[in-house]
Design a protein around this ligand. Structure first.
Ligand code: C2E
Ligand code: CA
Ligand code: CA
Ligand code: CA
Length: 291
């Protein structure tokens, strides 16, 4: 039994070594990917549930990894966040979306809106290097302003999505940052709502425009009675605070019907469209029902 235990320990530690090794390999590959700009954005429409009209898009990053095809963000976002690389990729995402919005506008698609996902690590200004006094303090606000200076957009077309947990870990700071960001961007959405712990007192004070109900509460609608109650409560809460509601991950007509009846304003999900490459966006606008 003793020998067996030792073997098991040896097995576990070999497995941990292998995991750590895989992680280092991934980290190394991602550093190269950032340098070589191997990322692409796909865009998923958000629709007005009542009319089916496309009201905006969410930009979602993919890693075009040589020999692997398109890698989904769940496989690498946490590594980018842990290593701080998310700042570089996040900057690229903002620049690319602003450039794309300007290009769409130039092609006659005026006033399109696109939201970028912003990680908690992008909110805080980077630590100032004491050896480089001349180095300006990086801030998300400055990054956004610089992009908009390069490609002036006519309306507040650039939107921001921040997860509930990113907002709540440092709510006072997030509040201050958002106040300033709000002057240059369009709407601010609270992502994955319901999965974190929101203080309702802060929610009331935050300069935000909408709550995005996380897919976990949508996937078992309309049959799951608890999820149905939660979704109705969130919609009621949001509306009483003057916020818009967007439901994520709508895959079936029954889910859409339920959400519409519950008063949900907007929706996203495979029922309407998967995230698509930028060049397929104009076709989605053509097919959009309503005005
Ligand atoms: P998220 O912001 O909650 O984005 C929604 C995710 O749900 C996307 O996955 C989208 O493709 C997927 N989705 C949309 N509709 C449906 C549906 O009907 N059914 C199902 N099963 N899934 C649906 P994706 O693109 O793999 O992104 C995963 C997460 O990665 C995002 O979750 C977001 O947290 C993060 N992410 C993506 N792009 C960025 C980025 O540029 N920056 C940062 N910081 N995070 C990003
Ligand atoms: Ca999002
Ligand atoms: Ca989300
Ligand atoms: Ca989510």
């Amino acid at each position: 039994a003793k020998a067996g235990g030792r073997n098991r320990l040896a097995f576990y530690s070999a497995e941990l070594d292998e995991q750590a090794q895989q992680r280092r390999t991934l980290e190394h590959a991602l550093r190269g990917a950032v340098e070589r700009r191997e990322f692409v954005l796909h865009y998923q429409p958000a629709v007005e549930l009542r009319s089916g009209r496309v009201t905006g898009f969410e930009a979602l990053v993919r890693w075009n990894r040589p020999g692997h095809g398109l890698v989904a963000p769940n496989e690498f976002i946490d590594v980018l966040e842990d290593t701080g690389l998310i700042r570089d990729v996040g900057d690229w995402v903002i620049g690319e979306v602003v450039r794309q919005l300007a290009a769409w506008e130039h092609a006659g698609h005026e006033h399109l809106r696109a939201a970028v996902n912003v990680s908690a690590a992008q909110l805080r200004p980077s630590a100032v290097n004491p050896d480089l006094h001349a180095e300006p303090v990086y801030s998300l606000l400055e990054k956004v302003q610089a992009c908009l200076a390069r490609h002036p957009l006519r309306t507040a077309q650039l939107e921001i999505e921040l997860t509930e947990s990113a907002l709540m870990t440092d709510a006072a700071f997030a509040c201050e940052t958002l106040e300033r960001l709000r002057a240059v961007v369009g709407r601010v959405h609270v992502d994955d709502f319901g999965t974190g712990y929101s203080s309702l007192a802060y929610l009331k004070r935050l300069p935000i425009d909408s709550l995005k109900i996380d897919r976990v509460f949508v996937q078992d609608l309309p049959d799951d009675a608890e999820d149905a109650s939660i979704v109705r409560a969130v919609i009621g809460l949001a509306h009483s605070l003057g916020l818009d509601v967007i439901a994520e991950g709508i895959e079936t007509e029954a889910q859409r019907q339920f959400l519409l009846a519950a008063g949900c304003d907007h929706g996203q999900g495979y029922l309407f469209s998967r995230p698509v490459p930028a060049d397929e966006v104009p076709a989605l606008l053509q097919g959009s029902r309503g005005p």
